[in-house]
Design a protein around this ligand. Structure first.
Ligand code: NAI
Length: 547
């Protein structure tokens, strides 16, 4: 209990029930006369929210409205999101979040999360202590080096950790008080923002890698001291930083990178189901990537681990994976490759022609993680259709206009043969009397569930096996009739239940691996359910002791 009363209750989004205070609460908390003299249910409040949202002309306006709602009433915000995830996830996250980030400094209303400037070197621990919650379990941190497919957005990238953590709660029920969005401000090379008077970050070019990494070292170390149960989720760093920072910390601390591991997990789930539609295994397939950055490499590595679980050696598994980047096919004479790309640089003639590479390598699956929209041209899809009965086309770059091709293009150009998924949500496609359901290979099926498993088990490390297990669990939850229509992922309408089941499987693995810091329960699904946040007002508006 604490003694917050009167107007201060209404100003605290965690305590505020708006029009839902009972008579007794109004009396006890000194609210009589400060709120309308009614006691509404959460559902009635939700009706009002929906009415107001319907009057907003664009999704960006709806995003701004929902963030304002969160500023005032956290429970009602999450109740809204969780009432219809398929409708609201695209507003609080992809694709609207891309536009919200581009305009972040302009639409800014209220501080949320923490801003940690590299100029504060030596002071990170003290700054972390300014955060009001003492038991933080997840920090989602970005330096905004590469936001979605939009490049270096500097402080405007803060929208991403905010949105990402909201999905932990909305999709998997991780309670919001344990979540801390964080922006490490290391400057930006974005000229437009550097000259924008409303830009909210440091007006400096980005530092050297060495300078950046030593600051991140201080941050990671400080987190261990200030929030010892915390898992650090790295998000939207440049590809090279993402992979290198993950390598730097993954064996020592509880950290993961969603662009590397979460993306890989969700795409792997889609690949498992695409192979299932064809009656094949992952290791029967051959993969050609367009893009060899953090998402591409993370996926290739996880895919190879999953193929080794099917009995291949790592070398054999790597021989199933080819990659293309901005300079053409990764092959063994290329001099510009970084360490983590080399396992996929096979003996092959140099080429910059993706269609010719398809004709020659004959991949069964192409995976677009290039950040460049429209790169799966008609010629690309036709070439895939020539060498495959059922070509698998995963056009994963986002936001929407960065997708390598649309589902309509994939189905039309392949004459209905393609098995397709994108990084963003597309509506069903009707082609020659058939309805195709394009899947959304969005990591929000994976990272919130893995997050819930980490939260509930207090896992001390995050392993690739946890993401493979999550992928298998997600893949398993697509009903066979929908799989037949080409749907590779579960429906979003039931996302909380899907993630509870996924989290339980990951939690089982955490217990099996000896990484849990709590005793193993008898019923792991029930144990996960006990940890799930429900967007309901509890008792009188009192701050429960979280400290
Ligand atoms: P990155 O910047 O690390 O890598 C991009 C790669 O694409 C580089 O290898 C680059 O050389 C290559 N590339 C750029 N232009 C190209 C071109 N015209 N032709 C061939 N290759 C080209 O970016 P990262 O982190 O790998 O992300 C890639 C994309 O994947 C982004 O659009 C991101 O939004 C998307 N993504 C999607 C997710 C999902 O859930 N579907 C999750 C994470 C990322």
């Amino acid at each position: 209990m604490n003694d917050v009363r009167g107007i201060a209750v209404l100003q605290d989004p965690k305590l505020n029930k708006s029009t839902a205070f009972t008579e007794q609460e109004k009396q006890t908390l000194g609210l009589v006369g400060l709120v309308p003299d009614v006691t509404e249910s959460e559902d009635l409040q939700l009706q009002r929210v929906n009415l107001q949202l319907a009057q907003k002309p664009t999704d960006l306006e709806r995003y701004i409205y929902l963030m304002n709602l969160l500023d005032h009433n956290e429970t009602l915000f999450y109740r809204t999101l969780m009432s219809d995830p398929a409708r609201f996830l695209p507003i609080v996250y992809d694709p609207t979040i891309g536009e919200a980030c581009l305009k972040f400094g302009h639409i800014y209303r209220q501080a949320r999360g923490m801003y940690l400037s590299i100029a504060r070197r030596g002071k990170v621990k003290d700054i972390l202590k300014n955060w009001p919650e003492k038991d933080v379990r997840f920090i989602c941190v970005t330096d905004a080096g590469r936001i979605l497919g939009l490049g270096d957005l500097g402080a405007n990238g803060m929208g991403i950790p905010i949105g990402k953590l909201q999905l932990y709660t909305a999709c998997a029920g991780v309670p919001p008080q344990y979540l801390l969005p964080m922006y490490i401000d290391a400057g930006t090379n974005n000229e437009e923002y550097l000259h924008d008077p409303l830009y909210l970050g440091m007006r400096k070019a980005r530092p050297s890698t060495e300078e950046l990494y030593s600051f991140v070292d201080e941050f990671v170390q400080a987190v261990q001291e200030v929030f010892p149960k915390c898992c650090i989720h790295f998000e939207d760093w440049t590809g090279v930083d993402a992979v290198h920072l993950l390598q730097r910390y993954r064996d020592k601390y509880c950290v993961y990178n969603d662009d590397v591991q979460g993306t890989a997990g969700i795409v792997l789930a889609g690949m498992i189901n695409a192979a299932k539609i064809k009656g094949k295994k992952l290791s029967d397939e051959k993969y050609l990537f367009l893009g060899a950055g953090s998402a591409g490499i993370g996926l290739a590595d996880l895919l190879c681990s999953a193929m080794t679980q099917e009995g291949l050696s790592l070398k054999e598994a790597q021989s199933h994976v080819y990659m293309f980047d901005i300079n053409g096919l990764l092959e063994d004479t290329r001099k510009d490759l970084v360490d983590f790309q080399k396992p996929y640089a096979h003996k092959h003639a140099a080429t910059r022609d993706f269609v010719a590479a398809i004709e020659d390598i004959k991949p069964t699956t192409i995976i677009g993680v290039s950040t460049v929209g429209g790169t799966f041209t008609q010629k690309v899809i036709e070439a895939m259709s020539r060498v495959n009965e059922r070509p698998v086309v995963l056009a994963l770059s986002n936001p929407t206009d960065h997708a390598e091709c649309t589902p309509e293009q994939a189905y039309t150009w392949s004459k209905g043969k393609a098995i397709y998924a994108a990084g963003v949500q597309f509506p069903p496609v009707h082609y020659q009397g058939q309805t195709f359901l394009p899947g959304q290979a969005n990591n929000f099926y994976i990272f919130p569930a893995v997050g819930m498993a980490i939260f509930a088990t207090q896992a001390s490390r995050v392993t690739d096996e946890m993401f493979i297990e999550a992928a298998r669990a997600v893949a398993n939850q697509v009903p066979s009739d929908l799989l037949k229509q080409g749907l590779l992922y579960p429906l979003q309408s039931n996302i909380l239940e899907t993630e509870i089941q996924t989290a339980a499987r990951v939690a089982n693995l955490v217990f099996d691996s000896g990484l849990a810091r709590v005793p193993r329960p008898n019923d792991v699904v029930a144990f996960i359910r006990q940890h799930v946040y429900r967007p309901e007002y509890t008792g009188a508006a009192t701050k429960t002791a979280q400290a």
